[in-house]
Design a protein around this ligand. Structure first.
Ligand code: ADP
Ligand code: MG
Length: 258
């Protein structure tokens, strides 16, 4: 069965149509990029899937079950995960403790049990950190990590929720190009091996065309194209949509302007 089905999802803010009849499906293990110029409606679509934003109409189905009307917490428990920035408050905690907190919250253990909770789930946290290549840094404070490593910890925290679907809104923002590719390689390998469907937005076209299995293009709230990265890159409607935008669809290599 299809993991995620988005049907006729629409949202307006006053006179601004942020999403209009957005329709798409996402399968297990698939890396699906949602791209479009600034203001196209990407975050709006994300937030309607995550439940942070209520749609005007349309449906979101996870494993065939309608989750359109349920809270973000209820969606999380059904397997809708997303990456969040490690909060300032948690930077002083160790890498492992941050992941342990996520495991505590998945298990819905009381925050009042904070202190013992810090000791629980250590082994599982270490396994998740190993999955993202951060086991060696388990006992370092998050504040001491390089930015790219913090992003790996954020991925481990998201995986602690055992998502079926992982939503990543601009996961590589602020990262250097090489770190971006590494993070998305890692994400793709975990998605494939664990059968997690990943929906991500991304400004860096090298990341989009290098890591997405399929690409959806949003323009003024509507999907104007959908297909394999190569099809999307050569689609005239897509090129038109990006004209004058600062995120032009660059060719992968050697395509420097004369
Ligand atoms: P993207 O993530 O693709 O840059 P957004 O989904 O953030 O686009 O925004 C789509 C459109 O909806 C934009 O015109 C934006 O100004 C508008 N918008 C988004 N969120 C709100 C909001 N909470 N209130 C009013 N307008 C909003
Ligand atoms: Mg956005």
């Amino acid at each position: 069965m299809t993991l995620l089905a988005v049907q006729s999802l629409s949202k307006s803010f006053g006179g601004v149509v942020a999403a209009q009849d957005v329709d798409f499906a996402l399968e297990r293990g698939e890396m699906l990029a949602l791209i479009g110029p600034n203001g196209a409606g990407k975050s709006t679509v994300f937030n309607m899937i995550g439940g942070q934003l209520r749609s005007d109409h349309g449906q979101v189905l996870l494993d065939g079950q309608d989750i359109t009307a349920i809270s973000p917490q209820a969606r999380f428990r059904r397997g809708v995960g997303r990456t969040f920035q490690v909060a300032q408050a948690f930077l002083s905690m160790s890498v492992a403790e941050n992941v342990q907190m996520a495991l505590v919250s998945r298990a819905r253990e009381s925050r009042a049990l904070w202190s013992p909770a810090r000791k629980r789930h250590r082994e599982e946290a270490l396994m998740l950190l190993d999955r993202v290549g951060m086991a060696d840094a388990a006992d370092r404070p998050c504040s001491a990590l390089a930015y790219g490593d913090v992003k790996r910890v954020e991925l481990a925290i998201a995986l602690a929720g055992q998502p079926k679907l992982l939503l990543m809104d601009e996961p590589t923002a602020g990262m250097a190009p090489r770190e971006r590719a590494a993070l998305m390689d890692l994400t793709a390998s975990i998605a494939a091996s664990e059968g997690i469907g990943v929906l991500f937005t991304e400004h860096d076209m090298d990341v989009v065309f290098g890591h997405a299995g399929r690409v959806l293009v949003l323009l003024r709230g509507r999907i104007i194209a959908s297909g394999a990265p190569d099809e999307i890159r050569s689609n005239p409607d897509v090129q038109q949509a990006y004209l004058g935008d600062d995120h032009a669809l660059a060719q992968p290599t050697g395509a420097e302007a004369p």
